[in-house]
Design a protein around this ligand. Sequence first.
Ligand SMILES: Cc1cc2nc3c(=O)[nH]c(=O)nc-3n(C[C@H](O)[C@H](O)[C@H](O)COP(=O)(O)OP(=O)(O)OC[C@H]3O[C@@H](n4cnc5c(N)ncnc54)[C@H](O)[C@@H]3O)c2cc1C
Length: 345
Amino acid sequence: MEFSRINIIGAGPAGASLAFFLSSLGYSNITVYESSKILGSKPCGMAVPASIKDLIKLENEHIINEIKGYRLFIDGKLLHEDISGTHWGYIINKQKFLEDLVSDVEVKREHLKINLDELSKRKDDLYVIAAGIYWNGSPKERLNAVEATVNVYNWNEPSIIQIWFDTKLMGYYWAFPHSEKKVNIGVGGFEDFFSLKARLIKFIKKIGSVEKMEPEKILGSQIVSTGIVDSILFPAENVFAIGEGVGSVLPLTGEGIRPSIQMAKIFSENISSKELFIQNLKSSTLYKTSKIQRKILSILKQMPPFLRNKIMRSIPKDIMIKIGLGSYSENDVNKLKLILKTFQV
Ligand SMILES: Cc1cc2nc3c(=O)[nH]c(=O)nc-3n(C[C@H](O)[C@H](O)[C@H](O)COP(=O)(O)OP(=O)(O)OC[C@H]3O[C@@H](n4cnc5c(N)ncnc54)[C@H](O)[C@@H]3O)c2cc1C
């Protein structure tokens, strides 16, 4: 199907990468609408797995730091680590990355009112909503997250990230170093912003010696926790939705940059056929990972914290990593199902 104009609403990872993929495929009739003055200004840890390079080009100037190891804690105790120098991923300069993705397309710096009836009346045009949680049709089941980038003076591992699962909070803390001493630290979970902010201040003091903690530098936002919601992919005639606005964020890890780009890529390759888009999306690892993580999250949410701790401890390291990174086999899923079965869930 030919459209006179392809309008993309939002220049976050989903919208900006869709514009990039479509323009690389030869489309020249693209307009991106972006209401924010600065691209990628939403609070974010900016960590992406190394496999992002299989999806989209990442130039040197897009990379703030390389992730060469991790430490994973559960309820304060070390669960798994790899500090052998394996290249796990990157901390990216999201603003520069997004700016470069849309550099060859028309970007209108304006807020486009998302009125589905109005948009679907413009039959010659295609509208793609990539407005994240700001679209009022996006899933309301979300967790809250707060983060701050601080100078930590005794941080001696500039390439090792830390993730601390907290089974009482039903969430996690993260520490993503940007350089020798500068670290992005955050916490996400099913609690209000006020208590998460208090938790973050406490956590920052616990893991490092910080020169000065300025609470006003703590930024917060929400993360959709439903996984991909099929029913809102086509909210109206000639209107599609992609990215976090349709739940393309991994429910257990809160990773949303690569999943949004993955969905944009699948959409760009199937723009002319709704059926093919759905078929290819459903057979993608992104979709399967999203569904599995959603299932695990729902199971964990219904359990008392001690059982959550037990389950997470019984998941073997390799499977934990694969599920987290979204690169697992049917065999891994079957092993995971067996583990859950031993807990009668
Ligand atoms: C605290 C925090 C930390 C995170 N850390 C990470 C991380 O380390 N790694 C990771 O992979 N993910 C992380 N995420 C998740 C990730 O940031 C999001 O999932 C991802 O940005 C979603 O991309 P998107 O393009 O779908 O939406 P968004 O990034 O939200 O982009 C939507 C864009 O649309 C624009 N917009 C909205 N409405 C309109 C309109 N009507 N007209 C014009 N423009 C509009 C907005 O201004 C925005 O720029 C984090 C999230 C939070 C809250």
